[in-house]
Design a protein around this ligand. Structure first.
Ligand SMILES: *[C@@H]1O[C@H](CO)[C@@H](O)[C@H](O)[C@H]1NC(C)=O
Ligand SMILES: *[C@@H]1O[C@H](CO)[C@@H](O)[C@H](O)[C@H]1NC(C)=O
Length: 278
């Protein structure tokens, strides 16, 4: 998703949900945090489009590094100005929207070097962003609902351990993964094999071997952009038949604000009122 190219537009992930859960309404999730023109988190939540928002990114972690976030022009984590989003996260949660912290992204310095390292990152996440938090963190006094894994760089090791350690903290920590569509995903394959993710949003763009073919759009330089019409007429009717269909994930709030894509597809995500259950 956040590839180095700055020109990627609104792009689609299809989300598969874990069947072990009792029931799910299909959802729309998006990434927020990489372009200040997208507006605040509160504005994104007030649109009523999204069920899950991935705050992107914690792009420095592991290997003994001091973890740090990058939220583009929204705020400056080192100087503590991102605490303003604490109140907005709690606002979104009161609307029933889950807020996750997204790890990784295309630009950053991250990677796990051992099982112990995975344990210390799990401890850090639990104590800084999740219910183990006892004092305000980089996002103020908000407690996030979970963690999204958008691991695109460096090593693929020990993410399975990180996932296990996070679920050991609490079953209720919501975990999502954003692999590329070539299967198995190089970075997240072993982590996905743990079976512990609550949702997996697969990146079906900028992946020529497996993306939606022949939908051209300047914004998706390596292809795979799906028009609203193609999505609602051809793609959703097919994937909604899968018991694992969980909805659609969009990159990103910024492009969605520009295009209105999420609002256009929203009625088709679960228009039949189905709840997909195990
Ligand atoms: C940020 O959003 C603006 C306006 O929507 C857009 O023109 C610009 O290309 C975006 N920048 C990046 C880095 O995506
Ligand atoms: C599907 O997308 C193509 C362009 O990529 C477009 O020409 C066609 O009209 C679209 N079909 C629908 C039903 O929107």
């Amino acid at each position: 998703m956040a590839r180095k190219s700055q020109t990627i537009a609104l792009l689609i992930f299809f989300v598969a949900v874990a069947l072990s859960k009792t029931s799910y309404a299909a959802f729309i999730s998006t990434y927020w945090g990489q372009n200040v023109s997208e507006g605040t988190l509160k504005e994104a939540c007030d649109t009523g489009i999204y069920d899950i928002i991935n705050i992107a990114f914690l792009n420095v972690f592991g290997g003994g590094r001091t973890p740090s976030m990058n939220l583009a022009g929204h705020c400056d984590p080192p100087s503590g100005t991102c605490v303003i989003f604490g109140e907005q996260i709690r606002y979104c949660q009161r609307l029933g929207i889950k807020a996750l912290l997204s790890l990784g992204g295309a630009i950053g310095t991250y990677g796990l070097t051992s099982k112990d390292d995975a344990q210390s990152v799990a401890d850090y996440l639990w104590e800084t962003f999740l219910p183990g938090r006892t004092s305000p963190g980089p996002l103020g006094d908000a407690t996030l609902d979970g963690i999204d894994f958008d691991i695109e760089g460096a090593s693929n090791l020990y993410y399975d351990d990180l996932v296990r350690f996070l679920k050991e903290k609490s079953e209720s920590v919501y975990l999502s993964a954003a692999p590329q569509c070539p299967f198995p995903d190089y970075h997240l394959g072993p982590a996905i094999d743990t079976g512990l993710f609550d949702a997996v949003g697969v990146q079906f763009y900028n992946n020529p071997p497996c993306q939606y073919h022949d939908a051209a759009e300047d914004a998706a330089p390596a292809g795979g952009y799906i028009t609203v019409g193609n999505l609602t007429s051809y793609v959703l009717p097919v994937i909604k038949k899968s018991a694992k269909y969980g909805g659609v994930m969009l990159w990103s709030r910024s492009f969605d604000k520009e295009t209105g894509y999420g609002a256009s597809i929203k009625p088709f995500i679960h228009e039949d009122g189905l709840v997909y259950s195990s």
